[in-house]
Design a protein around this ligand. Structure first.
Ligand SMILES: Cc1cc2nc3c(=O)[nH]c(=O)nc-3n(C[C@H](O)[C@H](O)[C@H](O)COP(=O)(O)O)c2cc1C
Length: 175
């Protein structure tokens, strides 16, 4: 199976990228194939609903989404929502997401934004008909030390998310 992992933070020192890399290691350690897309390097346009769909990077993105069985967004929480860069992926990918299993890794400053990913999840679920994993991982800055994960519970939850991604994607691909 092929899994697609988006690292949506555009800053060096990103905590959600640390979480993405931990999830990638879990999946690859289990023998899964992971396509990892760091949005700092992807050269994607902002969605304009028009010419953006002719951009080579958008075409590559849409092909990657279409080819993936399961997709994870590692996203910062900005203003009580997933980042605009994550939403842009959904706008560019559009119907390519239909039927895909989708999960989330979220990095936030504090704990009060726990449900912040739900707006994007609802759109993916009810508009584009993705299968949203009900288990997701939310980490505040307290879970990190010196740029590394320092919270055994978050590390465990990332492992659980990886296993759930594979389990649900495999089950759906058999039907
Ligand atoms: C514009 C902006 C808005 C933010 N909004 C929130 C927020 O609503 N809730 C929160 O807990 N943290 C918020 N933060 C803090 C980030 O979520 C936090 O720094 C997180 O680690 C960013 O992800 P990254 O480390 O992967 O870049 C905000 C940060 C910025 C720059």
């Amino acid at each position: 199976m092929v899994f697609l992992l988006f690292s949506c933070s555009l800053r060096d020192g990103s905590r959600s990228r640390v979480m993405a890399e931990a999830l990638r290691a879990e999946l690859e350690g289990a023998g899964e194939v992971v396509e990892y897309l760091d949005l700092r390097d992807a050269g994607l346009p902002l969605c304009d609903g028009d010419d953006c769909y002719n951009h080579p990077a958008t075409k590559a993105l849409r092909a990657s989404v279409a080819a993936a069985e399961g997709i994870i967004f590692a996203t910062p929480i900005y203003n009580f929502q997933a980042s605009a860069s994550a939403k842009n992926i959904v706008e560019l990918g559009g119907s390519m997401f239909e039927g895909k299993v989708v999960g989330f890794l979220c990095a936030a400053g504090g704990r009060n934004s726990y449900m912040s990913v739900m707006s994007l999840a609802n759109s993916l679920m009810l508009d584009i008909r993705c299968y949203i994993l009900p288990r997701y991982v939310f980490a505040s800055k307290d879970s990190f030390s010196d740029g590394e994960l320092a919270d055994a519970e978050i590390t465990e939850r990332i492992g659980e998310l990886a296993r759930e991604l594979v389990r649900v994607s495999q089950a759906l691909s058999e039907n």
